[in-house]
Design a protein around this ligand. Structure first.
Ligand SMILES: N[C@@H](CCC(=O)N[C@@H](CS)C(=O)NCC(=O)O)C(=O)O
Length: 200
C-alpha cells in the first residue's frame, strides 16, 4: 500500500500513527506529496490534492483520515482505535467529533499562518484562536472522564494531535493553565507513535 502525506498535516499524522500502532510499516510505503502547488503531479494521483491519501493493495485509492484510519486499523480484523462498542456509543462519539472539530479549526489557523503575512486574515486568526481556547476549556473538563482515560481511541489521538499542532504552529500552549489537559497530554504525547510522528 502507499500512503501520501505531508509531514506537517495533522490528518496525515493520524494515519501515520495508526500505521505504527498496528505495525504496518512493512506494508505501507509513506510518500511525501506536493500539495498546494499548481500542476503538482500529485493531482494525477489524488484529484482533490489533499493528504492523507491511501492506495490499497488492490490499487484502490481513498482519502480522508477518518476513512483511512478506520481502514488501516481494521485490516487485521481487530480494530483497536475504532472499537465496535464506540461505534454506537454517543458519549464517545460526541468526544471524538468535538476533537475533530477542534483539530479542523487549528488546521485553518495553521493554513492561514502559512500564507504570506500580507495575505493573512486577522479576522480568521482571531476566530480560530478563540475557538481553540473554548475547545481546550471543553476538554479540560472532560479528559478526566473514563472515556478519555484508559486505552487510546481515535478521540484521544485527534485531541493530542490538535493540541500539539496548536503549539507547533504558534497558536500557543493550550495546556497552559489547564492542569488536567496538561497531565492527560503528557501521557499521550509519550506514546512512541506520537513521538516518532511529531511535526517538523
Ligand atoms: N477531512 C480531511 C482533511 C484533509 C486536509 O485538509 N488535508 C490538508 C493538509 S492538513 C491538505 O491536504 N491540504 C491541501 C489542499 O487543500 O490542497 C481528513 O481528515 O483527511
Amino acid at each position: 500500500m502507499k500512503l501520501y502525506v505531508t509531514y506537517g498535516s495533522p490528518y496525515a499524522r493520524l494515519a501515520r500513527i495508526i500505521i505504527i500502532e498496528k505495525a504496518l510499516e512493512d506494508r505501507v510505503e509513506i510518500i511525501e506529496a506536493k500539495t498546494r502547488t499548481p500542476r503538482s503531479p500529485y493531482y494525477q494521483i489524488n484529484p482533490s490534492g489533499r493528504v492523507p491519501y491511501l492506495i490499497d493493495d488492490n490499487g484502490v485509492g481513498m482519502e480522508d483520515s477518518q476513512l483511512i484510519c478506520a481502514y488501516l486499523d481494521g485490516l487485521d480484523g481487530k480494530p483497536r482505535f475504532h472499537s465496535v462498542v464506540h461505534a454506537s456509543d454517543w458519549a464517545y462519539l460526541r468526544l471524538e467529533f468535538a476533537a475533530r472539530s477542534m483539530c479542523d479549526g487549528i488546521a485553518v489557523w495553521g493554513r492561514e499562518m502559512a500564507r504570506p503575512e500580507s495575505e493573512r486574515s486577522p479576522t480568521t486568526l482571531a476566530h480560530e484562536s478563540a475557538r481553540a481556547q473554548r475547545m481546550a476549556d471543553y476538554f479540560e473538563d472532560r479528559v478526566t472522564e473514563p472515556l478519555m482515560q484508559g486505552r487510546p481511541a481515535m478521540a484521544h489521538l485527534i485531541l493530542a494531535v490538535a493540541v500539539e499542532m496548536a503549539r507547533k504552529r504558534g497558536l500557543g500552549d493550550l495546556t497552559a493553565s489547564r492542569r488536567q489537559l496538561a497531565s492527560w497530554m503528557r501521557s499521550i504525547s509519550n506514546l512512541p507513535s506520537m513521538q516518532s510522528t511529531a511535526p517538523p
